[in-house]
Each structure stands twice: as C-alpha cells, then as structure tokens.
Write a protein that binds this ligand. Structure first.
Ligand code: PHE
Length: 347
C-alpha cells in the first residue's frame, strides 16, 4: 500500500478512540475523508501519475477509504451507545422510593348523606334542583300560606339580612320549602323535584341545634297524586336509607303549606322497637324523621296551578338529623367542629 495511505490508516483507530463527542467525530471524519484529507490529495494527484502506476494507487485509495469509513461508523455507533448510557445513568429514577402522598380529604358526612338521599329520589324519577339561601319573605312565607302574623316570621325567630320591613327585606331561608314555589312558578305540572341545601334559623347552639343546617325538600305534583303516594314514597325512602326491615309511622302534625300534614317516624334500627333505655331512641322505639303533607290549595293558588285539577305532596327532612339517626351521633356540633378524629370515621 502507498506508504502515505498506510500511515493514515494505521493512525486512524487511535485518533477515533480518543474522540468523546459526536462533534469531535465529525471533525476527525473530515480530517480522514474530507476535501483536505490525504486521501483527497492523492486522489487529485492520480491524474499526473504515469498510466501504469494509476491502477495500483486507485486500488489502495479504494481500500483505504473503505477501511476508514468502516472505522468511523464503528466509532460512531459505539459513541452513540456511550452517550445514551450516560444520559440514562444521569436520569435514573429510583422506582423503589416511597411515593409522595398528598393528604387528600374526603367528602363531609353531610354531603355524603345529601348525595345518598338525592340518589334514592332520582331512582324514582325526581330531578335535583338548588335554590338561593338568601330569600325574600314572599317565597319563604307568604306563598307558602304563612301570613305575616305567623310567629315564625317574628324578627327574633328568623335571620333577616337587614332589619327593615320584614315584608320586603331579604332573609336567610328558614327551610328549603321556598323552592317549592320557585320550581312550580317555572314548571308546569307534573313535577317531581328534590332540593338539598342550607337553611338558617335564629337558634342557640346546643347538642341538637345549629343556626345553619341542611335540608332536603321534596315535591311531587300531578293529577290524582294521593296521600297513599306520599306514604309509599317515604316508606320506600326510609327502607332504602335505613334498611329493608324499617317500619314507618305517620303522626298528624301541622304545617301552614300542607293539609293534611304529618310527621314521619321510623322504627329504631338499633333496638328494633322499645328496648328500655336504648341508646338511640331512648326506649321510644321510634325516631322522628321528617315533616310532610299534601300541598295546601292556597299554595297552588300562589303559583298559578289549578287546585281543582292537580294535587301533590311535599316533604322536608333535616340532613343532620338523618345522619345522626343512622350513625348514632349524639351531638350535632360534631358536624362543624372540624375534628379530624370525627371526620375520618366517614371516609
Ligand atoms: N319546611 C318544613 C320544616 O322546615 C318541613 C316540611 C316540608 C313540611 C314540606 C311539610 C312539607 O320544618
């Protein structure tokens, strides 16, 4: 082989081995095979050689080029692997490390209860709606057949937002019943709606009272809706919520916006009826659950429904009460104390 070429080919492996980056490799490749390389110069000189010497040099050049190209490409593949390994090592993730856990909270028992109650009624075809917590007296009282002389409207009994004229002044709703009126104003019968939400009363806080608590209202209106429909619906609700063995009883009661009115009691699920000194029912055997009744014709008049062609029933239940009865919680203040030892029992 041409001695100049032999020298280049012999030195190439050492040069390539020293290369540490792809840029460096490009430079060395240009030096070995590029325009200014020994190879290129000899290639150019070939024309000035005597014709008989040309083939030999041509062969040497071809062989040297093939060898050098092979050396460069081998080094390139090795270098690429080295670089990939280096990156992989630097970026290595230790999959054995414990995950960083966010302390996620859970839905408050009151909201879990609201959801469960609504689901039972949704399965019966009711829709769920919400209404304003700041109401006007018309919706909270007048349209619900509760005249200005009713004791519930005394300033000491209701939270008026500004103590002005109680007839027009906004107040914090004392029950979810005003949504009966709003819903009927906006929809033609038949209607079937449940309304969960916060209500406000001028009550002093104790083990069974909070000035802010939750209710779920229910309203069903249509042709020929009867008290037996009310009983069947609420009995189904009680059994879905407290268990299939639950007994229900209706006691006569009074609400201005229903006639007749009733309170619904459920049999004590702890003692199943009259165990003296039962922790849950106190030996009564029954637990008071909610107020209900047939919609008073005056309420239909207030919303423009014809009391001669439609009838309906309504009910309103306290959510805290439902949760307390079901889970034997003896102090309503636990719901708002934000004590994690309490909240964590209802994940
Ligand atoms: N609004 C009543 C209350 O808060 C409950 C109720 C609702 C009663 C619907 C009858 C019908 O006590």
């Amino acid at each position: 082989m041409n001695p100049q070429l032999a020298e280049v080919v012999e030195a190439a492996p050492g040069k390539l081995a020293a290369v540490q980056s792809l840029e460096e490799l490009d430079r060395v490749e240009a030096e070995l095979l590029g325009r200014r390389s020994v190879l290129a110069q000899l290639q150019k000189a070939i024309g000035s050689l005597p014709p008989e010497e040309r083939p030999a040099l041509g062969r040497d050049l071809q062989q040297a080029r093939a060898t050098l190209v092979e050396l460069v490409e081998t080094r390139r593949r090795a270098l690429e692997r080295e670089i990939a390994d280096r990156v992989a090592t630097a970026d290595r993730v230790d999959v054995t490390l414990d995950a960083f856990r966010l302390p996620l909270g859970s839905r408050h028992l009151i909201y879990q209860t609201i959801e469960e109650v609504c689901e039972i009624f949704v399965s019966l075809g009711y829709v769920v709606a919400e209404g304003p917590e700041a109401e006007i007296a018309w919706y909270n009282f007048d349209a619900l057949n509760t005249p200005p002389t009713h004791p519930a409207r005394a300033e000491t009994d209701t939270l008026y937002i500004d103590f002005g004229d109680p007839a027009t002044e906004p107040l914090l709703r004392t029950h979810t019943s005003p949504m009966q009126i709003r819903w009927m104003e906006a929809h033609r019968p038949p209607v079937a709606v449940v309304v969960p939400g916060k209500v406000y009363r001028a009550d002093t806080i104790d083990a069974s009272h909070l000035p802010v608590f939750h209710q779920v209202e229910g309203l069903m209106v249509g042709e020929d809706v009867r008290f037996s429909d009310l009983k069947g619906t609420l009995a189904h609700f009680a059994r879905s919520f407290f268990g299939p063995q639950t007994q229900v009883r209706f006691r006569p009661s009074f609400f201005p916006f229903t006639e007749p009115s009733a309170e619904l009691d459920v049999s004590c699920f702890a003692c199943r009826g009259g165990e003296p000194g039962c922790r849950v029912c106190g030996g009564e055997g029954w637990l008071e659950l909610l107020g209900c009744g047939m919609v008073d014709p005056n309420v239909f008049d207030a919303v423009g429904y014809d009391p001669k062609s439609v009838t309906g029933f309504a009910f309103g239940m306290g959510v805290e009460r439902l949760a307390m009865v079901r889970h034997s919680i003896d102090d309503i203040r636990l719901f708002v104390d934000n004590d994690l030892r309490f909240l964590r029992q209802f994940p």
